[in-house]
Design a protein around this ligand. Structure first.
Ligand code: CAA
Length: 257
């Protein structure tokens, strides 16, 4: 598939997808979402890729769903396009996915960042759900992921008030892992991705699944699932290698088996 609205690059085990509609602040058109989903599905299937950075480039992450495309749609149009349903590729993505956010991450753009596993924000980043000012509400997780991340009251402020919050406040609230100077956001995200890429891939995958499960299940179920994955990992070569390497005081070589 030829891409027009995203750029795809790979640096060793780290895949990079860059949203690429700068003239409209990377507004998330249906075509962009199809390409993004395809690019991520390919990285997920590629055993050479062990972590992925998702960015909008140096100036903006994404200013949300494409309002021009959406403005005259009917509910049936929305249902048939099922634009937000396509985000399943991202929420099911099995490898670490790091958002590198500069500038605006608004509406669907903020929701996209929140679907990632970690967020590195440039000091220029602004996160928000301005849908309310368009007469709608978020449709890709904004009302659900904000309260799970920052609690009810800030979530209400963001979803009802529509004003974005700045990178440093987002960091204080736990929405963002690191705030860095905007010119190094992507490099910092790539370095973080490279570190995670060196970890044992099966354990990384199961750790990611377990943390995500914590947001979906009661504690007892989450603990039971975690225990099963913990036991399962003793069947991997990487567990033997990791523990032997520790005992032999050498660096482990993980193979994803
Ligand atoms: N959709 C379509 N085009 C958009 C866009 C969007 N979400 N956001 C920005 N653009 C376009 C603008 O129309 C403008 O195009 P023209 O040059 O052709 O006029 C261009 O990008 C630059 O934007 P601005 O001139 O507005 O730039 P600014 O710096 O003055 O303002 C901004 C930046 C505050 C982000 C402003 O563009 C803005 O408010 N954008 C809309 C944000 C928004 O409401 N997002 C939510 C969308 S709905 C959604 O996402 C639903 C969901 O949950 C999935």
């Amino acid at each position: 598939m030829e891409y027009e609205h995203v750029l795809v690059d790979r640096d060793g085990p780290v895949g990079v997808v860059t949203l690429n509609r700068p003239r409209v602040l990377n507004a998330l058109s249906p075509a962009l979402i199809v390409e993004l989903s395809d690019a991520l599905a390919r990285f997920d299937a590629d055993p050479e890729v062990r972590a992925v950075v998702l960015t909008g480039g140096p100036r903006v992450f994404a200013a949300g769903a494409d309002i021009g495309d959406m403005s005259e749609r009917s509910p049936v149009d929305q249902l048939q396009r099922d634009q937000t349903g396509r985000w399943g590729v991202i929420t099911r993505f099995s490898k670490p996915l790091i958002a590198a956010v500069n500038g605006y991450a608004l509406g669907g753009g903020c929701e996209l960042a929140m679907m990632c596993d970690l967020i590195v924000a440039g000091d220029s980043a602004r996160f928000g759900q301005p849908e309310i000012d368009l007469g709608i509400i978020p449709g890709a997780g904004g009302t659900q992921r904000w309260p799970r991340t920052v609690g009810k009251y800030v979530a209400m402020e963001v979803n009802l008030g529509g004003a974005p919050i700045a990178a440093r406040r987002a960091h204080q609230l736990g929405l963002v892992n690191r705030v860095v100077p905007a010119e190094v956001t992507i490099d910092v995200a790539k370095a973080l991705a490279l570190r995670l890429a060196a970890k044992p891939p099966v354990a990384v995958r199961l750790a990611k699944e377990a943390v995500n499960r914590a947001l979906e299940t009661p504690l007892s179920e989450g603990l039971a699932a975690e225990r099963q994955s913990f036991y399962f990992l003793f069947a991997t070569e990487d567990q033997k290698e990791g523990m032997r390497a520790f005992l032999e005081k050498r660096r482990a070589q993980f193979r994803g088996r």
